[in-house]
Design a protein around this ligand. Sequence first.
Ligand code: FE2
Length: 199
Amino acid sequence: MNRKKFIKTGMLSAFAVSAFGFVSKKGDEFEGDCETTNDILGPFYRPDAPVRYDLTEGKKGSVVELKGQVYGSDCTTPLKNALVEIWQCDTEGRYDNESKAFQLRARWFTDAEGKYAFKTVLPGKYLNGRLYRPAHIHFRVTAPGSKELISQIYFEGDPHIDEDPWASKKEAQHRILPISLEDTKGNLAVNFDIYLREA
Ligand SMILES: [Fe+2]
């Protein structure tokens, strides 16, 4: 695993809100691993989903903007043209595994600042054996020179996280995200910054 060193305290505060797995202090230097951790692919990935921002057409549920920036392995350089793919179930816990509409599935390419965004709905839940998986959104992120990331995000306060074999892992803890009020209109947002490893 790559280990990054941060000389200045100011650098640390710039990243304190991001997806660090680990930060420690050695003398005057902070050291941390910023790479976003992997999660299981699951059985429902489909390649070639449409490139689109808005996934909400005809969908029930709470609309949320899911957004963030993709960075390279130095933890600071935004990656443009990184491919961000997401897929999720609907509020009834169903994935669209067949239709040409690719419902609740999309791709997006990051801009010059590494930014991506999707307008979607909060996912429901489905059973894994006798237990519900916590609500989650699947990610696959690829960029030239970086290792493919396959991951999932979860949401703070979800009572099904503790009993889920994947969401309860230590490495998932920085992927359990707050759903925040974005503006004065009651719009919801989830921010997920992504740090890729070097290939
Ligand atoms: Fe899933």
